[in-house]
Ligand binder design. Structure first.
Ligand SMILES: Cc1ncc(COP(=O)(O)O)c(C=O)c1O
Length: 256
């Protein structure tokens, strides 16, 4: 890859100017500012991103996001261009073929994999999907608004998603979150207590959760009506932002 030459390229603004403009005009993205100065990239191919000097960087961050297609994938890019020429996204009052075809493909696949019939609702990213699911849960559970989530779990930056994201960092500036989730310990094998195997640590976390359902006196469960105070449990099979944590194999089976 050749180094980026600001004199040869037309319309390309040098890094220093971009950083100055970013500081003045862009909203302050806190993750962008993890490094100082923030890093500017010029293009990407596959899993690689290239900076202004043409230095390749292996992108390990994109894979935790909603649209993790990699870069310059000709098949996907051509499909995207064809779609925008035929008919771009239409207002929510109307339908078009591609949307229905995609919904069918996903629903049929999910039914084969999980044995559950369902419909597909589209939205634009992870946090939005979480917001929609919170509404579904509240609707289905007659307005119940308390959720379980994991310590270390991350579900997005919108208000609802922040309330079920364990780190205070994402709520610090925004006042009181009355319906914050109850955060349940997640077994992080690498940081497990001394003297325990990962599986024993997993057992201990499951038992701690189980206690909440043991009696009506100190838990979240009313056995007389067979109801829990909490409406849903938000889980990441592998924790992302919490540290790329893979729990012991027995964990989810036992938790269920
Ligand atoms: C598990 C999980 N849920 C939700 C989100 C939020 O997704 P988005 O950034 O697309 O809103 C993320 C983002 O990293 C995530 O890892």
């Amino acid at each position: 890859m050749n180094a980026y030459d600001p004199n040869a390229a037309t319309g390309v603004i040098p890094d220093a100017q971009l950083l100055a403009d970013e500081a003045q005009y862009s909203s302050f993205g806190d993750t962008v500012h993890y490094v100082d100065p923030p890093k500017i990239f010029r293009h990407g191919e596959g899993s690689w991103m290239y900076d202004t000097a043409g230095v390749p960087f292996l992108d390990l961050q994109m894979w935790y996001s909603a649209v993790n297609f990699g870069y310059s994938n000709k098949r996907l890019n051509d499909t995207l261009k064809r779609q925008i020429d035929v008919l771009p996204q239409v207002a929510s009052q109307y339908l078009h073929q591609t949307r229905i075809e995609l919904a069918k493909t996903i629903a049929v696949d999910a039914q084969q994999k999980f044995g559950l019939k369902g419909r597909v609702h589209f939205n634009v990213g992870g946090a939005q999907a979480v917001e929609d699911s919170l509404k579904l849960v509240r609707n289905f559970k007659n307005g119940k608004s308390l959720m379980f989530a994991f310590e270390g779990g991350y579900h997005g930056r919108t208000l609802g998603a922040s309330s079920i994201t364990s780190s205070y960092r994402y709520r610090r500036r925004f006042g009181h979150f009355g319906e914050r989730a109850m955060f349940i310990p997640f077994p992080y094998p690498f940081r497990r207590p001394k003297g325990m195997t990962p599986e024993e640590y997993s057992d201990a976390c499951v038992r701690q959760f189980e206690r909440l359902f043991e009696t009506e006196y100190n838990g979240v469960w009313d056995p007389k009506v067979g109801q829990a105070e909490y409406a849903a449990f938000y889980v990441e099979p592998i924790q992302g932002t919490g540290g790329y944590v893979i729990p012991p194999r027995n964990f989810f089976k036992d938790l269920k």
